[in-house]
Design a protein around this ligand. Structure first.
Ligand code: BEZ
Ligand code: MG
Length: 538
C-alpha cells in the first residue's frame, strides 16, 4: 500500500510523540543517597508513586491507574488510607496498605547505628538485597543484606517473565536482519540475578530452548529441553560471560547453564533448528577436538579474579587500537566453568581458543537491565562487560554484532538497541537539568558524577561506536560553554571539570566526535585555564 504524505507525516509525529513520552516517563535518580539520612518529603512522594505504579501480586495489590496516581498519593499522604481509597475505589486498598508500611519504614534510618554496631561485632538483622521498586521489603535500610538461595534460581516468576523477553530480542533481530541470530553473547551479573531471582539466567535458558527442573528437595539442579514444536523457533547458541561475583554466588547455576548447553548440543535435531549442535559439530570437525571442548559456553575470570579491566584501560586512555579492548576482555574472561561429559568439574580452566571460536559465531550481544537506579552511563561496568564482549566479537566474527538491552523494569517488555539506550540515558540523565541539578546539590561529588557519566558514555564510543556526535556537542554546550555552569563546576570541583574537558578532546582525537576547529579551540582554552587553576597559577 502506498501511503500518502499525510499518513507518513502522522506516523512520524506519532513516533516522535512516543519518544518524548518515553523520555518524560523514564525513572531517574535525582541525587545520591546520603548515608544515615532518611528520604526527604519530595523523595518519599516520588518513591511512593513509583511503587504504586506497578502491580504487586505478592501483596495482592494492583497498580493505581496512571491518571489517578498523582492525586491519589497526595491525598494518601495528606489524609490517610480511607480518603485515598474514596478517590480510587476499594480495590486499591491493598496498595495503600503497602504504601503505609513503606512510609513507616522510610521514617526510620538505622544505617549509622547499624554500622557502629557491626564494627562492634554485634548482630545485624538480615534483609533482602534488591531494587526498592522491585522489592519494597528491602526497607528498612541499615540491615545485613543477604543474597538468595542459588538453588531457587531462576524463580518461576523470573522464568515466566523471561519468555517474552527472549522472544522479543529474537523477533527484533529477525525484523532488522531477516533471520534469527545463530549465536548470541550474554552478560550475567551476580547482583542483578539476586535482585531479579535469576531473570538473566532464565533468558539464557529460553534462548537455548530449555526449562529448569527441580529435584525432590525443590532445588533447581537440572534442565530439560522444550520440544521444538512447542518452541516454534530454532535453539540459539548462547555464549555466556559471567562476572566473578556471579561465579562465586551462583556456582550451582553455572553448572545448570553449562548442563543446558551440553544437553542441547546432544539432541538429535535438524541443524537449522539447533544452532548449538550445528556449531559444536562444526567445531569438532574443524579443530579435530573433543565434543567436550567444543561445547564450552560459560566463561568467567580465572578463579579468585574479578572484572575485565577494560574500564581501567579506557579511563586511563591506555590504549592504541580498539581491538586491544576486546582482546583484553577475552584474556580476562576466557576461563571455562562447568562439567565435562564424564562428570568431572571444570573450574576456571583457561580456554582461550574455545572462547575465540564461540565468539566468532556471535551475531548479537545482550544484557538484561533491571533497575532504574543504575544504567548504562552510571557505572563503568556496563561498557567493560557488554562493550568489551561486543568489541571482542567484532574482531572474531569480522562484523560488529547487534547490541541489545532489555528494560525489565518497565511494565511492558522493551528491547532497545545499544544506540537507542545511550540516547535515552543521555536525554533522561546526563543532559537533563533535573538529574544534573540533583547531582550538583552534592557539590564536589556531584561534579565527579557528571564527569563519570560523560566518561562512561565515552566508553561506549571506545567499545561499540554507539554514541552520536550530538551527545558530545550537547555535553560541551551544557557544562563547559555555558559560562555560569562552568563557573559552578570550577568552584565545586575543578579536577572533574578539567577531566570532562579532556575527555571531550579525547573523543574528538579518537574520531568519535566530529566538530569544528573553533569548538576544539574553545575546549582547549577551557582545559588550559582549569589546568592553571589546579596548578595554582590563578
Ligand atoms: C555483579 O554483580 O556481578 C557485578 C557487580 C559490579 C560489577 C560487575 C558485576
Ligand atoms: Mg560516530
Amino acid at each position: 500500500m502506498v501511503k500518502n504524505s499525510n499518513e507518513e507525516r502522522d506516523e512520524k509525529v506519532f513516533a516522535l510523540y512516543e519518544q518524548l513520552v518515553e523520555i518524560e516517563q523514564r525513572l531517574i535518580p535525582t541525587g545520591l543517597h546520603v548515608f544515615g539520612r532518611p528520604s526527604s518529603a519530595g523523595e518519599k512522594t516520588d518513591l511512593l508513586k513509583m511503587i504504586a505504579s506497578f502491580d504487586r501480586p505478592e501483596a495482592g495489590a494492583r497498580a493505581i491507574p496512571e491518571e489517578l496516581l498523582d492525586d491519589a498519593v497526595r491525598v494518601f499522604l495528606e489524609n490517610g488510607i480511607d480518603a485515598a481509597v474514596r478517590l480510587t475505589g476499594e480495590a486499591s486498598r491493598p496498595v495503600f496498605n503497602l504504601l503505609e508500611t513503606v512510609c513507616t519504614k522510610l521514617q526510620s534510618n538505622n544505617e549509622i547505628d547499624s554500622l557502629v554496631r557491626a564494627l562492634r561485632g554485634e548482630f545485624i538483622e538480615p534483609g533482602p538485597g534488591a531494587d526498592i521498586i522491585q522489592n519494597p521489603d528491602i526497607l528498612p535500610t541499615g540491615r545485613n543484606t543477604h543474597a538468595i538461595n542459588p538453588y531457587g534460581v531462576p524463580s518461576a516468576a523470573a522464568f515466566a517473565r523471561s519468555e517474552t523477553v527472549a522472544n522479543s530480542i529474537l523477533e527484533r533481530h529477525k525484523t532488522e536482519n531477516g533471520r534469527y541470530p545463530e549465536a548470541m553473547a550474554l552478560v550475567l551479573w551476580g547482583l542483578d540475578n539476586i535482585k531479579t531471582q535469576g531473570e538473566g539466567v532464565a533468558q539464557a535458558l529460553w534462548l537455548l530452548g530449555t526449562r529448569p527442573v527441580r529435584d525432590a528437595l525443590n532445588r533447581t539442579t537440572s534442565v530439560e529441553a522444550i520440544p521444538l514444536v512447542e518452541l516454534g523457533r530454532p535453539r540459539i547458541d548462547v555464549v555466556m560471560t559471567v562476572s566473578g561475583i556471579f561465579r562465586d554466588l551462583f556456582s550451582p547455576t553455572v553448572q545448570l547453564l553449562d548442563k543446558a548447553v551440553r544437553l542441547v548440543a546432544q539432541l538429535d535435531e535438524p541443524l537449522e533448528l539447533n544452532y548449538v549442535r550445528k556449531h559444536v559439530l562444526q567445531q569438532v570437525e574443524q579443530d579435530r577436538c573433543e565434543l567436550d571442548d567444543a561445547a564450552v559456553r560459560v566463561f568467567s575470570n580465572a578463579p579468585g579474579n574479578y572484572g575485565t579491566n577494560v574500564n581501567f584501560m579506557v579511563m586511563d586512555s591506555q590504549w592504541d587500537r580498539e581491538e586491544t579492548l576486546g582482546d583484553l576482555f577475552v584474556t580476562r574472561k576466557c576461563f571455562a566453568y562447568g562439567r565435562d561429559s564424564k562428570g568431572r568439574a571444570v573450574e576456571g580452566r583457561e580456554a582461550r581458543l574455545a572462547m575465540d571460536r564461540a565468539l566468532s559465531r556471535v551475531e548479537a550481544t545482550y544484557q538484561n537491565i533491571d533497575t532504574f537506579e543504575i544504567g548504562l552511563t552510571d557505572v563503568d561496568h556496563y561498557f567493560e562487560y557488554l562493550g568489551g564482549v561486543s568489541k571482542a566479537v567484532e574482531k572474531r566474527a569480522k562484523a560488529r554484532p547487534a547490541i541489545y538491552l532489555s528494560d525489565s523494569l518497565s511494565r511492558e517488555v522493551k528491547i532497545r538497541s545499544l544506540e537507542e539506550t545511550v540516547r535515552l540515558e543521555t536525554r533522561a540523565k546526563t543532559l537533563n537539568p533535573k538529574w544534573y541539578e540533583g547531582m550538583l546539590k552534592h557539590g564536589f561529588r556531584g561534579v565527579a558524577e557528571i564527569e563519570n557519566h560523560v566518561s562512561n558514555t565515552f566508553g561506549w564510543s571506545a567499545t561499540a561506536d554507539a554514541v552520536d556526535d550530538w551527545v558530545y556537542t550537547e555535553v560541551a554546550n551544557t557544562f563547559l560553554f555555558d559560562e555560569r555552569m562552568l563557573e559552578r563546576l570550577r568552584d565545586l570541583n575543578p579536577h572533574s571539570a578539567h577531566s570532562l574537558a579532556q575527555r571531550l578532546l579525547e573523543a574528538n582525537g579518537r574520531g568519535y566526535w566530529e566538530v569544528d576547529e573553533g569548538v576544539l579551540e574553545k575546549l582547549r582554552e577551557i582545559s588550559n585555564s582549569l589546568e592553571d587553576q589546579l596548578e595554582g597559577v590563578v
